[in-house]
Design a protein. Structure first.
Length: 125
């Protein structure tokens, strides 16, 4: 199993899922992190400066495809539409107050990561 955490510096959780520099991917086996990798974010419209506020919805297909091997993704913030799209794709989405990537992954594994879906932003894209 894998867990993806949005990050700008490979240590701390990014404040916004789509604008993150990339994702720390934690590979889990028997309840423990056995390896990790960093995936640069080249697949969201935000990362490619293709903002479309007021111009309709951009596709979340590239980010869903890039993280399809993850059981869960964690960020400090994300739009409501990507939150719902992740969940509909079978990927648990977490909006957390935690600040460190690895700590959040460990809390998730322990069933102790608190999700704050009410903090998802409702912007029109």
């Amino acid at each position: 199993m894998k867990i993806g955490v949005a990050t700008d510096d490979q240590v701390n959780i990014a404040s916004h899922f789509g604008r993150a520099q990339g994702f720390m991917i934690y590979v889990i086996d028997k309840g423990s992190v056995v390896s990790q990798e960093f995936r640069p974010n080249s697949f969201t419209a935000h990362s490619q400066r293709m903002e479309s506020h007021g111009a309709g919805h951009h596709s979340h297909e590239p980010i869903l495809a890039a993280l399809r091997d993850c059981m869960a993704v964690i960020a400090s913030g994300m739009g409501r539409r990507i939150y719902d799209d992740l969940c509909n794709a079978g990927i648990e989405a977490f909006i957390t107050n935690e600040t460190e990537c690895e700590k959040a992954a460990q809390l998730y594994l322990q069933g102790k990561l608190i999700n704050h879906p009410e903090r998802g932003c409702d912007h029109n894209h």
